[in-house]
Design a protein. Structure first.
Length: 267
């Protein structure tokens, strides 16, 4: 790799980081670029995890700075995902490129249909979620908003195990699955859905990195360059999510789902 390869990866990583935080599928932009630069597919799948960890850590910090965090629930969901992640990461290198595309396309179309049907049932207008003011006496209560969130159904915990498996197995597009679980099954607004999503991915990615590193499928230098780009993107994405609210996130999500599904199925 030459110097402009690293600049390209950092720039594309920034775009992918923004998309990953707001919706998902950013890795589908980044991974083909890495393969184009003659990085082996198995190494690509492992190396990108370094960047994803940095992206989600900065996104967590971005949400926290704006007054949005609920680490207790986020950690509980992340721990549910971990067993699936370990198993999925071990099996991740066994899937061919063709079946990778097919499985991912079907998953994303399923998420799109689920979200559209779920929103029609609710029949509620989208509302922008405002961050708590600095002078509020109940800043922490408002920022976590745990009182307004419904109890977590057991189904959500079980689905988190499957989401963790998919994240360890393929990773690309896992954001769509997590959004479907947290937003539709747990009935949490999209802003706080993304708040939980980035925390969950950060935690299980640590385990996935350990497994891929053990298998010798990580290029650390390339991963650190990607991490810088995606970390910037994660910060920008978290701030856009808070500033623009649910309506903006939903629009980006729908566009990403449709475009990525078409690309995987027909291109």
């Amino acid at each position: 790799m030459v110097w402009w390869h690293y600049l390209l990866l950092a720039g594309v990583g920034c775009i992918a980081g923004i998309l990953n935080v707001l919706a998902g599928g950013g890795s589908l932009i980044l991974m083909p670029i890495m393969v184009f630069l003659d990085i082996p597919g198995a190494v690509t799948n492992g190396t990108v995890r370094i960047a994803i960890l940095g992206q989600n850590l900065t996104a967590i910090a971005g949400f926290k700075q704006k007054g949005f965090s609920d680490y207790r629930l986020s950690l509980t969901l992340a721990l549910c995902a971990l067993p699936g992640t370990v198993i999925g990461a071990f099996l991740g290198t066994k899937l061919s490129n063709a079946w990778f595309n097919r499985v991912l396309a079907v998953v994303m179309l399923g998420v799109l249909v689920t979200m559209i049907l779920g929103n029609r049932k609710k029949k509620k207008p989208n509302q922008k979620v405002e961050a708590p003011s600095a002078g509020s006496a109940n800043v922490e209560e408002l920022s976590t908003n745990t009182a307004s969130e419904p109890p977590v159904p057991v189904t959500a915990y079980l689905l988190m195990v499957l989401a963790g498996f998919y994240g360890g197995f393929i990773q690309a597009g896992v954001g769509f699955i997590l959004i479907a679980i947290i937003h539709n099954v747990m009935n949490i607004d999209l802003l706080r859905t993304n708040m939980h999503k980035v925390f969950i991915v950060a935690v299980y990615t640590v385990a996935a990195i350990g497994i891929f590193a053990w298998q010798g499928q990580i290029w650390w230098g390339t991963g650190l360059v990607l991490m810088m780009g995606m970390s910037v993107g994660g910060w920008i994405g978290s701030n856009l999510a808070v500033k623009k609210g649910d309506a903006f996130i939903r629009t980006v999500l729908y566009i990403a789902l449709v475009c990525m599904s078409i690309k995987l199925l027909f291109m």
